[in-house]
Ligand binder design. Sequence first.
Ligand code: PBG
Length: 407
Amino acid sequence: MRPSKAMRANGGKCSRLQNNSCAAYASRGQVSGRCRVVSDRVTEQQGAALGVPAGTPARSSCKQELADRPRRNRRSEVFRDAIRETAPVKPANLIYPLFVFDDVVEPDTEREIASMPGVRRHTVEEVVAEVGEAIAVGVKQCVVFPKTPDSLKTRLGEECFNKQGLAQRTIRALKEAYGDEVYVHTDVALDPYNTDGHDGIVDDKIGRVLNDETVEMLCKQAVSQAEAGCDCVAPSDMMDGRIGAIRQALDEAGYEHVSIMSYCAKYASAFYGPFRDALDSAPSAGGAERKVPKDKKTYQMDPGNFREALRELEADEAEGADVVMVKPGMPYLDVIRLLRDNTALPVAAYHVSGEYAMTKAAAMNGWVDERAVVMEALTCFKRSGADLILTYYAKQAAQWIKEDNEA
Ligand code: PBG
């Protein structure tokens, strides 16, 4: 708090507080810091008339001389609504992540995801229907995550740029069904496609995820998604230099209108566990003859780092990102605020699978009020500076918002 004029005159102390705690009350009761013991208390009879329990300090003996009472502005629902600093979350702010599987190559795929109750793996047809329902409640953006059949996974992950790949077919189907009514984002990274479950190519002699070699693959992947008709590619891999390389590859292929949403500050987080269940894309075990890193810490950011997000932001801005994302969401609101205060670009937050799983589990146990908790979380994303929120709750939240608006 900046010291007020009165405070400065008072040697930096707030005179209101001083009056309050000492001088004004010294004669009325015992003063100990700011906590007074008052002499007069409400009797049983007075209490019944006033609506307070007997023993409540009598108003005359406890009244504080306060000019500033923040609770005045919270008194009325009408006024709270009028002065709320954060605009209500709109369905338009939400991006709906969707999982697709190949029902021809792997027809036995489980639809349910054990760690994400309420979220399903869809066929291409079902995704089209699901997106239709989302559009109907105002959620017009989605991001597609393919569960690549095991038989199509390789060490290089070439399936990622197959014109007939699952992601490419899904993008085409969505665009054929809804055209410009839907804004389709895609995931650019190798983890759903390579046998090692890493976002890049693994050199198993030294146990390293290669950077520049991977970027070449990512460029082909992004171009192939653009060719299929997506609106925005979202590189989630955290390789150095990939935004610039992808921008150049898209431009050279004639897709200068296709946007890039960069997973800018993406942390090496345990909150992605359920997502890796959904796609069966967790890093593989490696073995004696093959060194495969067991986690993604050599490319995703360390959860303890804050300043480093600025370094990623600077690179992504210089390389041509259109949107910058922070991921995970709720434990990283400070990073969202950091990016918001340091860029003119739109900022996105990813309310990730582990956050969904935790909320859902508590809700299913009756431990939290799911609707209230989810809407509060979304509001907090906006308050921290996010313009866009990727959330598995997108369709559900939009339905709740619609109900609220109609009430
Ligand atoms: C793939 C990718 C991941 C997520 C989005 N894209 C997993 C990972 O990086 O391991 C996580 C999303 C979520 O947990 O909801 N690169």
